[in-house]
Design a protein around this ligand. Structure first.
Ligand code: HEM
Length: 147
């Protein structure tokens, strides 16, 4: 039982870092960046994405791994878990796919280009998709805790 709780604690810490990080970026950091000049804003975006995405590269696989470990080791496999866990897993995998799209799509374009218009359009796509993932994350948390 203790091992189950350890897995669940790691699972939840990963989810908090991922969804909480997106909430902070979307609701606090981005609107606050208007106080900077556009060029400085780009530098901050570059530094922030670099750090945050490095965190997500760790917590995203770890949340999937700990979730699957709880199911396979302690709950007897997918056949025996409740619909809310199925829904959580489905949404978690969709969130991961959205993250991979952001990373290898608009974020890669943002890093490679020096053209200002293309940078701004990549930033806009990143912002929209992080918004999508934030909503999915909030829905997934609610589904996760509502039994
Ligand atoms: C492949 C992905 C995932 C799998 C396989 C998975 C699986 C699980 C399992 C087995 C539990 C324990 C359920 C129980 O106590 O019986 C759990 C708990 C939880 N998960 Fe996930 N999960 C995944 C992704 C996510 C994501 C992306 C979120 C949120 C964004 C999330 C939020 C939660 C929450 C809040 C709990 C605590 C539920 C509670 O104790 O009441 N999970 N997850």
């Amino acid at each position: 039982m203790t091992a189950f709780l350890v897995l669940k604690a790691i699972h939840l810490l990963c989810v908090v870092a991922w969804v909480g990080g997106m909430a902070f970026a979307y609701l606090v950091l981005r609107p606050s960046l208007v106080v900077l000049e556009p060029a400085q804003r780009m530098l901050v975006h570059t530094a922030v994405f670099g750090r945050f995405f490095r965190i997500v590269w760790h917590v995203m696989p770890l949340s999937i791994f700990t979730g699957l470990a709880m199911i396979l080791i302690f709950q007897g496999g997918m056949r025996f878990v409740s619909p809310r866990v199925h829904a959580m897993m489905g949404l978690g995998l969709i969130m991961s796919a959205v993250y991979l799209y952001i990373y290898f799509g608009p974020y890669k374009r943002f890093r490679r280009t020096t053209d200002k218009a293309s940078m701004l359009s990549s930033l806009d796509s990143i912002r929209k998709m992080i918004g999508v993932n934030l909503i999915l994350g909030i829905v997934t948390i609610v589904i996760g805790v509502v039994s």
